[in-house]
Write a protein that binds this ligand. Structure first.
Ligand SMILES: [Zn+2]
Length: 414
């Protein structure tokens, strides 16, 4: 079989092997508006070209709209019900403990990256924060490192100093690494995943946001110029979560539940929680609640009446609607309104690190994300697109270019 016709099957989907280098970029917290604002400001000409082309779509991210579930969906081509990563953090019922979900032991499905590498496809992965490195690199026979924990040799190779974990430079390092890896190794597939430090602090069109997208634009344009196919998507959008006076708009669920049902009846888990909470105080628009036997209906009624709460679903309802793994979701799922975040108890959130009005994500209101390609792609009319269709569309539906190149190669061979 020729390279052009070979394909692999991963999590029930078939993927053609790449016929040209493919770079899939997950821009953390990239609300569509950021791209449009940067393009309109004239600071992101490459992105402007992508937005104007016929390969610019709006797609839905996975709910909860958090970083880890969505990155894992993008690299497995499947929802959390399949890959198992339902948050950054969860209550392990078996262990009775609240734990981070960074460990590959929680991953229930192979990644497209790992499976491609098993076929001899050369794969490189660069992530901003180290929390994703083990999950994204699981089973991968290829290059995989984080900007946060890059070793000295990598720093020298990329040519940038070690970035601070709370900085725009952390993401810049990812893009710069992508460019130098493409120059040096020309891998067949590259996955780049940034951090949403800038998006948590700055609204679309703000000078700091435009500067970030201008930086990203320069690097993407270089990858494009090197002949790489590019797919750009995001793990979630981002919205302001403030009252009119600029203070955070928070509903403290644990306090409400404790006051009405008594302490110890319900346990609120915030799956946004991770070791890097300074810029959002562990406040997002999605929470899950574990409730003592017999108290679920009372808790549901109570929470559903709260101003700022949009949706309270049972485990079964939430898992069916959002394609989540039931054993890793509590008895109830709570989703807040666009401008509201959910907390546990007021006393448990340290908001002292919030030096800008709160912007966050997690709910249905942050589900729409960009899905852009630098190649003409054919997507069936009416298909509801997901961010985790990025590999499928880039590898399977960029027919025009692929067919053209195959024909060219055939002609050259004769
Ligand atoms: Zn994120």
């Amino acid at each position: 079989m020729t390279q052009a016709t070979r394909s692999i099957e991963v999590n029930g989907r078939s993927y053609r092997l790449p016929s040209e280098p493919l770079v899939v970029v997950c821009v953390d917290g990239c609300e569509y508006d950021y791209l449009e604002a940067a393009a309109a400001a004239g600071v992101a000409p490459f992105i402007a070209r992508l937005l104007d082309g016929s390969s610019a779509f709006r797609a839905d991210a996975v709910v909860p709209t958090f970083t880890n579930p969505n990155n894992l969906s993008i690299v497995t081509g499947a929802p959390p019900a399949v890959h198992g990563i339902s948050g950054n953090y969860f209550l392990d019922r078996d262990a009775g403990e609240e734990v981070m979900m960074n460990d590959p032991k929680y991953l229930r499905a192979p990644t497209i990256l790992a499976e491609l590498s098993r076929q001899g496809v050369r794969v490189a992965v660069v992530t901003a924060k180290d929390k994703l490195r083990l999950l994204l690199g699981h089973g991968l026979n290829g290059l995989c490192f984080s900007a946060e924990k890059a070793d000295d040799a990598t720093l020298a190779f990329v040519g940038l100093p070690r970035p601070d974990v709370y900085s725009a430079a952390l993401s810049e390092f990812v893009f710069a690494a992508g460019v130098v890896i493409m120059e040096r190794d020309r891998p067949d597939v590259m996955y780049l995943s940034t951090t949403d430090y800038v998006q948590h602090k700055h609204a679309p069109g703000a000078p700091e946001a435009n500067a970030f997208y201008a930086m990203m634009d320069r690097h993407l344009a270089r990858l494009d110029a090197m002949g790489a196919a590019i797919a750009l998507t995001a793990d979630h959008g981002m919205n302001a979560k403030t009252r009119a006076d600029g203070t955070p708009n928070i509903v403290f669920l644990q306090d409400v539940l404790d006051a009405s049902l008594g302490t110890g009846t319900a346990r609120v888990i915030l799956p946004i929680t991770d070791p890097y909470v300074v810029h959002h105080g562990a406040l997002g628009s999605y929470a899950t609640v574990h409730v003592a036997a017999g108290a679920a209906e009372a808790a549901r009624t109570l929470l559903a009446r709260l101003p700022g709460v949009d949706l309270v679903l049972t485990n079964a309802e939430a898992c069916a609607r959002f394609e989540l793994p039931p054993d890793r979701v509590g008895d109830l799922v709570v989703i807040s309104a666009r401008d509201v975040v959910l907390g546990t108890s007021a006393s448990r959130h340290d908001l002292s690190g919030l030096d800008a009005p709160l912007r966050s994500h997690g709910g249905v209101s942050e589900q729409e994300v960009p899905l852009l390609f630098n190649r003409p792609v054919r997507v069936p009319e009416g298909r509801a697109l997901r961010n985790f269709d990025a590999f499928d569309i880039a590898l399977n539906h960029a027919d025009a270019v692929r067919a053209g190149r195959a024909a060219l190669a055939e002609t050259a061979g004769h």
